[in-house]
Design a protein around this ligand. Structure first.
Ligand code: S3P
Length: 428
């Protein structure tokens, strides 16, 4: 993907459907009785991996077609034994949440993923699932895919997760649906809560107290209509782009602003960005707003740490670009989870910003970005990570000279049509 310095970004641009919520709608739809109809489903590669895995479990799924997916629910106990390996591709959410569901099935299954996913840690879910009674096998003592699961009758547990991770929490909550009694998970900080919201929406009993979530086993789930909001993680690249390209005035309608995901809004506002939330409303059990971003040339560095980190964990590559352009230092702390994303994002963000001539230091648990140096166009690599590719593209909009982002096709994981949308808002 080639990127040239941009004139103002103007007009309206739609962020694709939320990736996290799209996955969950297919999974809960598969477990429910009756049909689930999903609107504004993300047709990105990660969510297509989820659809393909559930088709192999015997679930009839039609679409995505013009944003709609229909899942014919099989009800509890209705998932068929797969006759081949289930492939989650690049998607951590697919593999970890699926493992929770497979742990509750009375048969053997194997899940795997692409080169990146097969290096990402799975013990964080396989260990608690084994405690619930499933047999979990894999390389490095059950830490790396391919992973074999012999599921069956599960018992409820209390799991104290060492990290704030919605994938861990959701995996155990989904296994908890197949366990007798009440399964409890406690996190150090609150991670995204889409599973809790959607489980309740489908009819499960879920209770939330602070950082503790409890689910009661063997609920009766009923198929639903689910409207997926725009993905704030994809919108983040557009928000940062409009905050750094002079003269921009961009509106992104219908973006999910769930508090467990909206750390990027809080931080960009704290940096001084010209962001307004318009027409705040509820859609499909999630809070949504139209986001208007106007360039004001006022970005200043900030410190981001603690409970805010899980609320913007996927937005760090976008935030890092804003930080490189801002005046002063941005310090991102407590973010060691970045090391186990689609790439080691502490390393890949630092390498990327260095290529553009920014002043950035890799820290054991974060990044220190000394902003304000002019960026220069460059040739850079996506490192197979969709969010690194998009961060490179928006940095290219404000760099001097042309930028070439190699391996940008991985953007299809979460934001098909990104390059086209970026071009459209430059032409206005
Ligand atoms: C996700 C949770 C987060 C996030 C990922 C999607 C989810 O991962 O980074 O992109 O849909 O539950 P962790 O749970 O590993 O933090």
């Amino acid at each position: 993907m080639f990127v040239a310095p941009a004139a103002a970004l103007k007009g309206t641009v739609t962020a694709p459907g939320d990736k996290s919520i799209s996955h969950r709608a297919v999974m809960l739809g598969a477990l429910a009785e009756g049909d689930t109809v999903i609107k504004n489903f993300l047709p990105g590669e990660d969510c297509l991996s989820t659809i393909s895995c559930f088709r192999k479990l015997g679930v009839e799924i039609t679409g995505p077609e013009r944003g709609q997916v229909r899942v014919r629910g099989r009800g509890f106990g209705g998932l068929a034994e797969p006759d081949d390996v289930l492939n989650a591709g690049n998607s951590g959410t697919t593999i970890r949440l699926l493992l929770g569901i497979l742990a509750g099935q009375p048969y053997f299954s194997v899940v795997t993923g692409d080169d990146s996913l097969r290096q990402r840690p799975m013990a964080r879910v396989t260990r608690p699932l084994a405690r619930m009674g499933a047999k979990m096998l894999g390389r490095q003592g059950g830490n790396l895919a391919p992973l074999g699961v012999q599921g069956g009758c599960l018992k409820s547990i209390v799991h104290n997760s060492p990290m704030a991770s919605a994938q861990v929490k959701s995996s155990i909550l989904l296994a908890g649906l197949f366990a007798d009694g009440v399964t409890t998970i406690v996190e150090p900080f609150r991670s995204r809560d889409h599973t809790e919201r959607m489980l309740k929406y489908f009819g499960a009993k879920v209770e939330v107290f602070g950082n503790t979530v409890r689910v009661t086993g063997h609920p009766h789930l009923k198929g639903q209509r689910v409207l997926i909001p725009g993905d704030i993680s994809s919108a983040a690249f557009l928000m940062v782009a409009a905050s750094i390209v002079p003269g921009s005035d961009l509106t992104i309608p219908g973006v999910g602003i769930n508090h467990t995901r909206s750390g990027i809004l809080d931080v960009l506002l704290k940096m001084g960005a010209g962001i307004e939330l318009l027409h705040q409303r509820e859609a499909g059990g999630e809070p949504v707003a139209d986001i208007r971003v106007r360039y004001n040339g006022k970005l200043a560095g900030v410190t981001v740490e603690g409970e805010t980190i899980p609320r913007l964990i996927d937005e760090v590559p976008a935030l890092a670009v804003a930080a490189a352009v801002a005046e002063g230092n941005t310090h991102i702390k407590d973010a060691s989870e970045l090391k186990v994303k689609e790439s080691d994002r502490i390393a890949t963000v630092a390498t990327l910003l260095h290529r553009f001539g920014a002043d950035v230091e890799e820290l054991p648990e974060g990044l220190l970005i000394r902003g304000g140096r002019p960026l220069k166009g460059t040739i850079c690599e996506s490192q197979g990570d969709h969010r690194i590719a998009m961060a490179a593209a928006i940095a290219g909009l404000v760099a001097k000279g042309e930028t070439l982002v190699r391996g940008a096709e991985c953007i299809n994981v979460s934001f098909p049509g990104f390059a086209r949308e970026l071009k459209n808002i430059q032409g206005k």
